[in-house]
Design a protein around this ligand. Structure first.
Ligand code: ZN
Length: 213
């Protein structure tokens, strides 16, 4: 598809924020568990009077429609998009980036989910039209805004820390070790703050919150 590069900046995997989505291993949690996905192509309107949320558009390569990025904001359908972003205009799926860690995990667990994927996907697809009715596409507060990204990021880091240090070692039998307990603290604190900051950048500034402060 051709895009109007005078009106829009085109974000692909080469954009640093998009690249971060691919390489940060912790984001596999967001993709595989929460079902949060980032489309392969985002268009950012060159309009300084609008905030990033309002400027973001997601093109559907199947029908060519430009969706408001707000459809996938936290208040709308940010999560449960395991099979990609659903286009409510043509009913097809908008291709998304794939985080490398989640790709690796999917390849490793391939025999487990492969037989289920078609039935899961058709059930998921059947649920989508209802999710896109009555969306609120007006500007909404972003929990990562202001200093919120630090709190949200550390909270995410804490969940990852518990999963990686206690939960997974119990499941795979490698055991919980004092070394991992100690080493995990700085790793997930830094990882969490990095995650929070990138979410702040991805989700952008909302006018609702900025007017209040
Ligand atoms: Zn479409």
């Amino acid at each position: 598809m051709e895009y109007d590069t005078i009106k829009y900046k085109i974000w692909t995997w080469k954009n640093p924020i998009m690249l971060h989505w691919i390489v940060n291993p912790g984001l596999a949690f967001n993709e595989l568990v929460l079902g949060q996905r980032v489309p392969k192509i985002m268009l950012i309107e060159r309009d300084a009077s609008k905030n990033l949320q309002e400027k973001t558009f997601v093109p559907c390569p199947h029908c060519g429609i430009l969706h408001s990025g707000q459809k996938w904001s936290i208040g709308n359908n940010a999560f449960k998009n395991w099979f990609g972003l659903y286009c409510d205009a043509c009913g097809k799926i908008i291709p998304c980036l794939r985080n490398l860690m989640s790709l690796a995990l999917m390849l490793l667990t391939y025999p487990v989910w492969y037989w289920l994927k078609d039935s899961r996907k058709s059930r998921w697809l059947a649920k989508q039209p209802a999710r896109y009715k009555d969306l609120n596409l007006t500007d909404q507060p972003n929990p990562y805004e202001g200093k919120g990204w630090i709190r949200e990021g550390l909270y995410w880091g804490l969940i990852m820390y518990i999963m990686m240090t206690f939960f997974f070692p119990l499941i795979d039998g490698s055991g919980i070790t004092l070394k991992n307990i100690l080493v995990g603290i700085p790793i997930w604190a830094v990882g969490g703050v990095g995650f929070g900051y990138s979410m702040k950048l991805i989700l952008g500034k909302s006018r609702v919150r900025s007017q209040k402060s």
